[in-house]
Design a protein around this ligand. Structure first.
Ligand code: GLC
Length: 823
C-alpha cells in the first residue's frame, strides 16, 4: 500500500478567498497506520452449536460465531472473540431481517450445513472454516482459507479483526465504492478511511468514502461480501498471496454479509435491500448544474445566469461555494457580496434556475455567532477524551464540529437550514465532512462520539461522520420542505449514504487521466450502492483545454449527477468559455441530456424502486465473458443506452465492444450485431452512443431547464428488434412525495418483432395523469415496408417516413396494443 503524504499547512486565522485561491489548501491524508505483527488468535474446533430462531451460534468453548439467515440469499456472520457480541447496531443496515423463509440445519461428521432455498452455509467442525455454496450448481462461491482471527488491541481495548478467504485462480473483484484505479480490483490492496484527497491521482488510496462491499466473480457466477465495519478497514484481493482474499479492520466486530448472486446484478440489488436505495431526487436535479469556487458577488451570479439563457445552453442549478457566507460562517450571508439574497434567488428562480449552497461541518469559534453559541450551550460539539473541545482549523479559522452521530445534534443542525429554505435555496452541498481539518488531516483518534447512544471514539465514528452530517441535512429538509424532495450532495459517506444524498468524486484534476479515472469511479460507485454520482466536469484543479472540457461534458451527459465545477485559481469554466466550436458542441450535448430527461428519470425510478444500479459496466451485462472483467471504459445508462466516452486526446474514432444482441448507432441509426468489437467514428462533435434494439426511449423537446415547457405530445423512439424487450417510462409530479401514495405512472412497453410485424404492448400502473394526450411514435429500423398500423385493432389513418427513413405516426397515449404490419 502506498503511503500518501501531503504538505501540512496550518490555517491560523480566517482564510481569505485570495490566499486560498493562491495556495489551494493542502488537503491532507491521514498517514496509513502501520499494521504491527501482533499475535493473532484463531477460532479452534467447534465444541457446541445452538439455534435461536433464524440465528445459529457456534462456539469453540470461548469464542462464538453467529450465523444469521437474513433472507434466502443473504447470510450474516459475526464473531465474538470471547463469547460476548457487541451491540447489534449499524448505520448502514437499518433492518437486518428480511423475508426469512424456510431454512434448516443438518450435520455430518465434518461439518454443519445451514441451507436456505438458494444457498447453503457450511461450517466445518474441525477448523471452523465457513463457506457458501449455490444449492443448484453446488458451486462453492466463498470459502475461508483460515478461520476468522483477531488480535487484542492493548491501547484502545477490543480487537483487530481478520477474515481470510480463498481467492480462486480465475476470480475477479469489483466494487469498494470510492477507488481511483482500474475497475477490476484483483491483485491490489485497499484501505477505507475517509480522506480529503485533494488532486488525487490514479490508484491513490484511501479517498473520500468508505464502502466495504465487494463483488467476486468466478466460474461465471457472482457473490458479494459486505464487511459492515466502520473502523479503518482493509481489503486484499490476492496481492499478498494470490490464492487469498482478506479483509480486516482496526476495531469493531468481524461482521459480514454473504450476498448470493449468481448474477452481479442480483448481488447489487440485494446489497441495496440491506442498505437502501437512493430516494427519488427532484427532477430538476437531473439537469445540468453549474458550479465554481466561487461565483460572487451577486452581479457575477446574474451574469452567469444571463449567459446561459442568452446563449441557449440549458442549465438547472447555479451553486454558491463558501464565499457566499460571512467569514465562512455556515448559515450566514456575506452582505457585501449578497445584499439581498432572497431577491437574487427569486430572480434566478424566475429564470428557471435553482440555487444550491454549501454547508460545511466546521463551525467558527466565535461567541458572537449564533450557531456556535447554540452548539456550545447545548454541548453539541465533539470533545476530546478528557472533555476538552475538539478544535481544528478549516476555512473560517478555528472551528468546533457538531457530533452528527448524536440524533439530537442532527435534529438541531437539520433545523438550522430553515432560513435558507425560506429564502428559496433549493439544494444543499455538504463538503469537508470526512471530516477534513487543515494540518492534521482529520480529528485525533481520541475524540468521543455519541454513536446513537452506543458511544465510540473517532476510530469508530470517523467513516460515518459525513454520512450522518448529510443525514441531518436530508432529514431537516424533509421536515422544512414538507412534501418537497430534498436535494443534497455530500463528499464523504459510508455504505447507506445513498439514502440521504448524491455524491461527487471530490477534488479531481483537469487531465485526460482524470477523465478516465472519473469514468471508472462513477461506474464503481454505481455498482457499490452509490448510484447518483458525478465528477467535477472539466476537473477541479488545473486548466483543461476546449477539447478536454468538451469530452468531459459529453461523458457528463451520462453521469447520473452532471455538474461542472472548478477551483478558484483557475480560468473561467463555463460551457462557452472555450469559444467555438466547443460552445456549440457543449450545447448539443447538454441539450441531449434534456432530450433524454424522461428516460434518465425513469432509470432513477428503476433504481429507487427496484435497486437496479444506474450505470452498468460491461462486466455487469456479460459477466461470463472474461474479457469484460477488464473492459472498463464503456457502460450502459439504465439498460437501453450504451455509452462509449472518448477518453483520448485528439481521437477521431474509438474501439467499442457491443454486448450480445443488436444495437443501433444512436446518431446514424445503423444496426450493428453485438458480441463484437467495432471501430466507431468519434470526432469531437460525436461520442459513440448506441440504443439497444427493442428499446422504447422517450424523448422531450429541448428545454432550457426542467419543466420549462409543457409536453403536449411525447416522442417515443421505438427501436425494432426481432426479439422481445421490455422498457419502462416513469412519470410523476417531479418534486413531491405523492408517488408514495401511488400518484405516479409506471408504463411498461413490451416490444417484439418478426419479419412482417412489430408489436408494442403497453401496461400502465399508478394514478398520475400524464400532461400529454398523444404519443408521437418514431420507429427506427423496420425491416419491411409498411402496409398498415393497428392501434387496439383500429387502423391509424396517417403515417409517414421521415428524413432518416423512420416511420412516424401519432396515437393516443392510452393504447394497450399496437401492431405495425408489412405490406
Ligand atoms: C473543497 C471541495 C471543493 C470546494 C472547495 C471550497 O475542496 O471539494 O469542491 O470548491 O472545498 O469550498
Amino acid at each position: 500500500m502506498e503511503e500518501q503524504t501531503g504538505n501540512d499547512r496550518e490555517m491560523s486565522s480566517e482564510a481569505t478567498q485570495e490566499n486560498l485561491a493562491e495556495e489551494i489548501v493542502q488537503h491532507l491524508n491521514n498517514p496509513v497506520t502501520d499494521i504491527k505483527p501482533i499475535e493473532k488468535q484463531y477460532l479452534g474446533n467447534i465444541r457446541s452449536v445452538r439455534k435461536e430462531g433464524n440465528r445459529f451460534y457456534f462456539s469453540d468453548g470461548d469464542a462464538k460465531v453467529e450465523v444469521r439467515i437474513v433472507s434466502d440469499e443473504i447470510i450474516r456472520v459475526r464473531l465474538a472473540p470471547h463469547g460476548v457480541f457487541l451491540d447489534d447496531f449499524s448505520y448502514a443496515v437499518p433492518e437486518v431481517d428480511q423475508k426469512v423463509t424456510v431454512f434448516r440445519m443438518s450435520e455430518d461428521r465434518e461439518r454443519y450445513a445451514i441451507a436456505t432455498n438458494t444457498v447453503t452455509c457450511f461450517v466445518s467442525k474441525e477448523n471452523f472454516h465457513i463457506s457458501f455454496a449455490d444449492n443448484v450448481t453446488s458451486q462453492v462461491m466463498s470459502e475461508d482459507a483460515s478461520p476468522m482471527h483477531w488480535e487484542e488491541n492493548a491501547e484502545f481495548g477490543g480487537y483487530y479483526v481478520f477474515a481470510t478467504k480463498k481467492c480462486n485462480a480465475e476470480e475477479n473483484f469489483f466494487g469498494l465504492g470510492d477507488k481511483s484505479g482500474n475497475f477490476n480490483l484483483r491483485g491490489r490492496r485497499f484501505q477505507n478511511w475517509n480522506t480529503d484527497a485533494y488532486s488525487y491521482g490514479w490508484d491513490r488510496d484511501p479517498l473520500y468514502r468508505t464502502v466495504p462491499f465487494y463483488i467476486g466473480i468466478h466460474g461465471a457466477a457472482a457473490y458479494g461480501i459486505f464487511f459492515d465495519n466502520t473502523f479503518r478497514s482493509y481489503f486484499d484481493f490476492g496481492k499478498e498471496d494470490e490464492s487469498k482474499t482478506s479483509f480486516w479492520a482496526d476495531g469493531g466486530e468481524l461482521q459480514y454479509y454473504y450476498i448470493h448472486g449468481p448474477h452481479m446484478m442480483d448481488v447489487v440489488k440485494r446489497y441495496h435491500s440491506l442498505t437502501g436505495t437512493h430516494q427519488l431526487p427532484p427532477r430538476w436535479a437531473l439537469g445540468y448544474h453549474q458550479c465554481r469556487w466561487s461565483y460572487y458577488p451577486e452581479t457575477k451570479v446574474r451574469d452567469i445566469a444571463r449567459n446561459f439563457r442568452e446563449r441557449r445552453i440549458p442549465c438547472d442549478a447555479i451553486y454558491l461555494d463558501i464565499d457566499y457566507m460571512d467569514g465562512y460562517r455556515c448559515f450566514t450571508w456575506n452582505k457585501k457580496y449578497f445584499p439581498d439574497p432572497k431577491k437574487m434567488i427569486k430572480e434566478l428562480s424566475d429564470q428557471g434556475f435553482k440555487t444550491v449552497v454549501m454547508i460545511d461541518p466546521g463551525i467558527k469559534v466565535d461567541d458572537n455567532y449564533w450557531v456556535f453559541k447554540e452548539g456550545k450551550e447545548k454541548r453539541y460539539f465533539c470533545r476530546r477524551s478528557d472533555d476538552y473541545y475538539m478544535e481544528g482549523h478549516v476555512w473560517p479559522g478555528r472551528c468546533q464540529f457538531p457530533d452528527f452521530t448524536n440524533p439530537k445534534v442532527r435534529t438541531w443542525f437539520g433545523g438550522l437550514y430553515k432560513e435558507l429554505v425560506e429564502m428559496g435555496v433549493a439544494g444543499f452541498w455538504n463538503d469537508m465532512n470526512e471530516p477534513a481539518v487543515f494540518g492534521s488531516g482529520t480529528f485525533p483518534n481520541d475524540v468521543r462520539h455519541n454513536y446513537e447512544g452506543y458511544r465510540g471514539s473517532h476510530r469508530k465514528a470517523h467513516n460515518v461522520y459525513g454520512m450522518q452530517m448529510v443525514r441531518s441535512t436530508y432529514d431537516g429538509l424533509r421536515k422544512l420542505q414538507r412534501n418537497k424532495r430534498p436535494f443534497t450532495i455530500t463528499r464523504a459517506g459510508y455504505s447507506g449514504v445513498q439514502r440521504y444524498a448524491c455524491v461527487w468524486t471530490g477534488d479531481n484534476v483537469a487531465s485526460w487521466e482524470h477523465l478516465k479515472i472519473g469514468n471508472i469511479q462513477c461506474q464503481r460507485l454505481s455498482v457499490s450502492g452509490i448510484p447518483f454520482a458525478g465528477t467535477d466536469i472539466g476537473g477541479f484543479s488545473g486548466e483543461p483545454d476546449g477539447e478536454l472540457f468538451t469530452r468531459w461534458i459529453q461523458m457528463g451527459v451520462f453521469s447520473p449527477f452532471m455538474r461542472a465545477h472548478s477551483a478558484g485559481d483557475t480560468r473561467e469554466r463555463e460551457p462557452w468559455s472555450f469559444g467555438e466550436p466547443f460552445e456549440s458542441i457543449n450545447r448539443k450535448f447538454i441539450e441531449l441530456r434534456y432530450r433524454l430527461m424522461p428516460y434518465l428519470y425513469s432509470v432513477f425510478w428503476e433504481h429507487h424502486r427496484y435497486g437496479f444500479p444506474i450505470l452498468r459496466p460491461l462486466v455487469m451485462l456479460e459477466q461470463e465473458n472474461i474479457s469484460n472483467h477488464y473492459r472498463q471504459d464503456e457502460f450502459t445508462f439504465g439498460d437501453k443506452i450504451l455509452v462509449c466516452p472518448v477518453l483520448e486526446q485528439g481521437a477521431t474514432a474509438r474501439q467499442v465492444y457491443l454486448p450480445k444482441g443488436q444495437w443501433y448507432n444512436f446518431w446514424t441509426n445503423e444496426l450493428l450485431q453485438g458480441g463484437a468489437e467495432y471501430n466507431i467514428e468519434a470526432r469531437l462533435e460525436d461520442m459513440p452512443l448506441f440504443a439497444r434494439a427493442g428499446s422504447v426511449i422517450p424523448e422531450y423537446p429541448v428545454m432550457q431547464y426542467v419543466g420549462e415547457k409543457n409536453v403536449d405530445e411525447l416522442l417515443l423512439n421505438v427501436y425494432y428488434a426481432d426479439y422481445e424487450v421490455n422498457s419502462f417510462l416513469y412519470e410523476d409530479h417531479g418534486d413531491t412525495f405523492a408517488f408514495e401514495q401511488d400518484i405516479y405512472l409506471e408504463k411498461k412497453y413490451n416490444v417484439r418483432g418478426d419479419d412482417r410485424n412489430l408489436y408494442i404492448e403497453q401496461a400502465v400502473e399508478g394514478l398520475y395523469t400524464s400532461m400529454y394526450e398523444l404519443y408521437d411514435l418514431r420507429v427506427i429500423g423496420l425491416p419491411f415496408t409498411i402496409g398498415k398500423i393497428l392501434v387496439d385493432d383500429r387502423e391509424v389513418p396517417e403515417f409517414s417516413m421521415d428524413e432518416k427513413n423512420c416511420l412516424r405516426f401519432k396515437t393516443n397515449r392510452n393504447f394497450s396494443r399496437l401492431q405495425i404490419i408489412a405490406s
